[in-house]
Ligand binder design. Structure first.
Ligand code: 6PG
Ligand code: NI
Length: 185
């Protein structure tokens, strides 16, 4: 690793310049994440849009180092449910995380056991995810990408299975020109 580095968020293109790691999640990668699984499947077959992209420049994956990534969630819905990330818990449950919102508007959904919380995110809002909480972000805009940067301990790891086993207790849908956070029954 270089001794110090920088990246630049390009706000025209919505990409992180100098990234060394990129991942994207299309509709086809989101099997069973949305309430309307049948519609998601049809949409994946029809045009398979990208739901979100993650750009990062990696640090050594050891305790004491910090990872950072820019997430860009496109606007869109699956049968009224807003585009969102898969969501995950950290493998190391002692690891927290901070998000700084760069563009757009969205929600941060937090889950721990039976408890669900949500926070609004918009430019200049800094949200904190306490250790042990599952986290998912949702783009609640009808037209604009939702962009934020995340910072987390490099030894956190990502546990996606746990967010399937202990799913988020709320889903976010388009409602009346805005959004509604609805309870999963
Ligand atoms: C992390 C961050 C964040 C997250 C992306 C995509 O721990 O790495 O929470 O960078 O990975 O926003 O979300 P998913 O990892 O849930 O797909
Ligand atoms: Ni995380």
């Amino acid at each position: 690793i270089e001794a110090g580095f920088f990246t630049v968020f390009n706000r025209q293109e919505n990409i992180l310049e100098n990234y060394d790691h990129y991942e994207e999640r299309k509709l086809s990668d989101m099997h069973r994440y949305f309430a309307a699984e049948d519609i998601r499947q049809q949409m994946a077959l029809a045009n398979n849009e990208v739901i979100y992209r993650v750009y990062k420049k990696t640090a050594p994956l050891i305790a004491g180092e910090l990872e950072q990534a820019v997430t860009v969630i496109n606007p869109g819905q699956v049968n009224g449910e807003f585009f969102m990330t898969k969501g995950h818990y950290h493998i190391n449950e002692k690891c927290s995380e901070v998000f700084f919102t760069l563009k757009g508007e969205g929600l941060l959904l937090l889950q721990k056991g039976q408890e669900t919380k949500w926070l609004e995110m918009k430019p200049d809002v800094i949200t904190y995810i306490p250790a042990g909480w599952g986290h998912r972000t949702i783009n609640t805009s009808l037209s604009e990408p939702f962009v934020f940067i995340a910072f987390w301990p490099a030894n956190a790891g990502h546990n996606y299975q746990k967010s399937l086993d202990e799913p988020f207790g709320r889903r976010v849908f388009f409602y009346n020109g805005s959004y509604i956070v609805s309870k999963v029954l």
